[in-house]
Design a protein. Sequence first.
Length: 642
Amino acid sequence: MRLTTRQHSKTRNSLMNKIMRSGAILASALMMLAPVSSNATPLPDYQQATLMISGLGIPPLSEVKLLAGKKQELVSKADKDGRFTFSGLQYYSYAPLELSLYLPEQSTETIRVKRTLVDIIYNPSGSYMEFKGNIAPQSTIAVNVDGQRATSRISNEKGEFEILESTPLGLSDGTSVASINISNLGEACCPKMRVPVMPVQISFSSIPLKKTDETQGGYKEPENAKPTKSRYLQVPENAKEDAKQYNAAPQQTLPIEKNGGKESQEKEKKSPAPYMVLGESEIELNIDVPTATMANFEATWVGGYKKLTDEVRAAIVGRAMMIGAFIDGRSELASLSVIQRLNAGSIKNYHVSDQICRFGTLSRSIAETQERADANKLVFSKLFLDRNAQQKNLLYTEATMALNNILDDFKSKYCMDTDANGGLEGYCNSIMANPDEFYGKDIDYTRVFDTPLTLNVDFTDNSLTNDEQAVMALFHNISYMSPNYGTEDGKQIVKPDKSDDLQNMHQMNAVRQLVANTFANQVALKAKGNNKSATYMHNVIKGLGLSDADAKKLIGENPSYNAQMEVLTKKIYQDPEFYVNLYDTPQNVDRQKVAMLAIQLMQERDLLETYRRKEMLLSELLEMKLRQKQTPIDRAAASADE
């Protein structure tokens, strides 16, 4: 099949000159942009449309601003779905149109998005539209003009972008549509990354007007339409005159060859867009249209266009995937960077410290050892109470028997022949297998109690150790007074004339028990403890230069409460390794300070208990001294009354 088309093309200089003159006059003037109303200024008869700007994707009930020039500002409020509209906007199609659209922020509690500004510049002389402004950094904006021109950009680090695209259709006849899609990337924290938010879709379109009066050429709103407040900018007076001159321009005709050379006059068609040049051109096309079959379909222009479409689509999709991969890679690298910083901080702040472990292991058994000390204190104190109160069926029930048993115990264990300048020779009769271990221990306070940090004593069991015998003998000698009050038969004490003696006996026993409580507390603090931390204690002592045997001899096999506190509060700081371990992370040094403070608090608590016992002893000593001074005064007062 062979087709031939002939079309003539010539340029109409007079119409072109009028258009360029009108554009030059109005290029520096501000555009008139306002909603169309029933009393609006009639539009030129060649302009058949108004503008409408609508959008979707902004925060609900937020405000959108539309600026034209420097003085005109229109405000629209979005509905609950985030839609907004500027409709019925008048304009002059033969002069440049500059609009600025301000969109609200899309920020949330966790995502921050920069405010969006889109400038739309429409130039009728050059038949192009320019889009520029500011969006979120590294975000994507895509523009489609009249469904035929499509372009996308990625904003720079400052959020700036610029797109220039030609306009296949005109605005004046109500057929042109420009679609803008903005995909902003918000900044999210912890970890820091770029997160896409809801895309904003903007439509910039011209809406055709329906004429109700052929002579007037204006637009009339429906009767039920609500009146709107309009803002008009001042338009130069020559603008309207220039429009009238254009409408009143004489229509010319062009000779066109038809019907074998005959010429006829054809009325010129009015251009729907004044900036477009109306003319004719002569083009001769010879097209061979092959028969379409499935075999040669791809060789046709339809098949080729299909291939082109596929390639364009693949390019667009590939570009989007590439952009997405960049965004995904950037987010992944940012997340990995945050994780690595946190790991480095964790390694620095939570580095294992040997010194911290020392404080923990050395204090492992101190609480249980203190409980054992309290139990031994009660038992030791009870022994003194039973002796002073002459408990029945005990050694001290009868004073004479008690004295004889004490002497026999002295002769068989603690007596030395060389004492008293040899005067005890023949009197001492030791029955012990190793008498050197007992000689003089009933009176040697330094060797029996003061020097050792741990005593092999446990008064809560049924076994009797050498240290228990020596300690009991020592404190009996320190505090012993004959309990003989004439109460051996248990009957005289209940007689009425013995009431004063009974009261005096209880007062004296209270004083003795106060002293015995102090002795019992000192013995209990040196009683052996458990072995849960004994190995670690011995290692600390060996670190000071002692052997294993000497370390056990110094603090005992099972260190007492006093021995453990001696290591925690003194010996550990005598080890040079302690100061070496101070070359550690600041966090570990702070942890060591906390451990030292905890041990200091325990030591201060023990010191407080010591002060309380001292206060009780001093108060009782003062009471006894006052009682000696008070007795003569009481007797003198009684005699004076008689």
